[in-house]
Design a binder for this molecule. Structure first.
Ligand SMILES: *Cc1c(COP(=O)(O)O)cnc(C)c1O
Length: 404
């Protein structure tokens, strides 16, 4: 049975109105930005960076995390770059990276002259698992940059244990998992340093572009501060930023400005409610998927509470007459946000191949990618949007399901 021609063949769409735009940056953020201006007018100094708003923002973030130190920087890529730089690893050594991630989580290692070793994901997951981590180790492994993908926490504890025993430094890339919990603790608290992006589409955002470095170790904190600001020796008792002779080493400038920190501060007050709303939506999608015989929920680990960035659902590809990609394209054509070509598999990036040391194959990650698709959504989705997602899936599968 089918209820009308598929939109991909020119039929009417299930979702006629555009899906609701996120509008993360709202009146409260505008008010906070105005505050930065008004403070500067009152104080008679133009706003810059490393001021009051960065302090408020990073303090609030550390409260949210349950302690630690944080430095606001210019992008997620910069945050990963700085975290890796802090470990002072000799070029030519190996760095393990996640099988599925953003280029910003990998290229800082290339830029610093390291060889890339791509670990596979755990079965039925986009995230690296402890066994896959172990398999990726070489005698030259010095660090690992591990992404909690799509808001799902990695099974991080056993990985940290292995890494510690071998003196390997771990960076958690939390760009897609702000506020996610692993065994009751926020991600970012497990590795040596955590890096994350706070660009506009991330769950915690500070404006168009931004990043955050977070750690438990105070020495790393001061080192990151210097690495992110031309080697300034902030810890010197008589530190004077005008005395450029005091710099510790040559370093670039990755500062985040006060306007961005003011936006981040404002979003942080709502971060938990944003995450809760997103969790509510993904739970509803999963429950509604009972109406589908082809698409099914991918459950999270029992000991974790994700911070959903996108929502991965499984596709019973054996039940389809077409490829998963064709199926996903047809669902997208109904007016639903889906990425049918999920291209964040590191092993498939040709431009990276010459920097990769291992055999490039991550079969678990590929298999999972080929049997899932990612639903894109935001915290403004209501029940009506969830219904349209499910109706689209059910409509498309009625066309493409194999006859028994
Ligand atoms: C977005 C993202 C990055 C890059 O962050 P930018 O702020 O865009 O530089 C790095 N890693 C992951 C996992 C990301 O999602």
């Amino acid at each position: 049975m089918n209820n009308g021609k598929l939109a991909i063949y020119g039929g009417p769409k299930i979702r006629k109105k555009p899906l609701p735009y996120r509008k993360l940056f709202d009146e409260e953020e505008l008010e906070n930005v105005k505050r930065v201006f008004k403070d500067s007018w009152r104080e008679g100094v133009d706003f810059g960076y490393q001021g009051k708003y960065e302090k408020l923002y990073t303090d609030k973030f550390c409260d949210f995390q349950g302690g630690g130190f944080a430095d606001a920087v210019s992008s997620g890529t910069a945050a990963v770059y700085l975290a890796l730089k802090a470990f002072d690893i000799e070029p030519g050594n190996d760095v393990i990276v996640s099988p599925v991630t953003n280029p910003g989580s990998v290229t800082p290692a290339v830029i610093q002259g390291m060889n890339i070793v791509i670990a596979d994901s755990a079965p039925d997951s986009f995230n690296i698992g402890p066994d896959e981590f172990e398999k990726a180790l070489t005698s030259d492994t010095r660090a690992a940059i591990l992404t909690h993908l799509g808001g799902q926490p990695i099974d991080i504890e056993p990985i940290i244990e292995i890494a510690k025993s071998r003196g390997i430094k771990v960076i958690e890339d939390c760009s897609q998992a702000h506020g996610a919990l692993y065994k009751g603790e926020r991600v970012g608290r497990f590795g040596d340093i955590a890096a994350s992006s706070t660009m506009f589409s991330k769950t915690l955002a500070t404006g168009g572009c931004g990043g955050l470095v977070y750690m438990q170790n105070e020495d790393y904190y001061w080192l990151i501060r210097s690495l992110a600001d031309r080697g300034k020796h902030f810890r010197l008792p008589d530190f004077d930023f005008r005395d450029t002779g005091q710099c510790l080493f040559p370093a670039l400038n990755f500062n985040l400005d006060e306007l961005s920190c003011a936006i981040g501060l404002s979003i942080l007050s709502r971060l938990q409610s944003i995450i809760d709303k997103r969790l509510e939506i993904t739970a509803k999608i999963d429950t509604s998927l009972e109406a589908s015989s082809v698409v099914f929920p991918c459950r999270s680990r029992d000991d974790c509470k994700p911070s959903p960035f996108f929502h991965t659902v499984g596709v019973a590809v054996d039940k389809l007459k077409v490829s998963k990609k064709e199926f996903a394209k047809a669902v997208a054509a109904e007016g639903i946000w889906i990425n049918p070509h999920y291209s964040q598999l590191v092993s498939e990036w040709k431009w990276l191949h010459k920097y990769v040391k291992n055999g490039l194959k991550t079969p678990n990650a590929r298999r999972f990618r080929d049997r899932t698709f990612n639903l894109l959504f935001n915290e403004k989705f209501s029940d009506g949007e969830v219904e349209d997602i499910i109706s689209s899936v059910v409509k498309v599968e009625s066309f493409f399901k194999k006859d028994r």
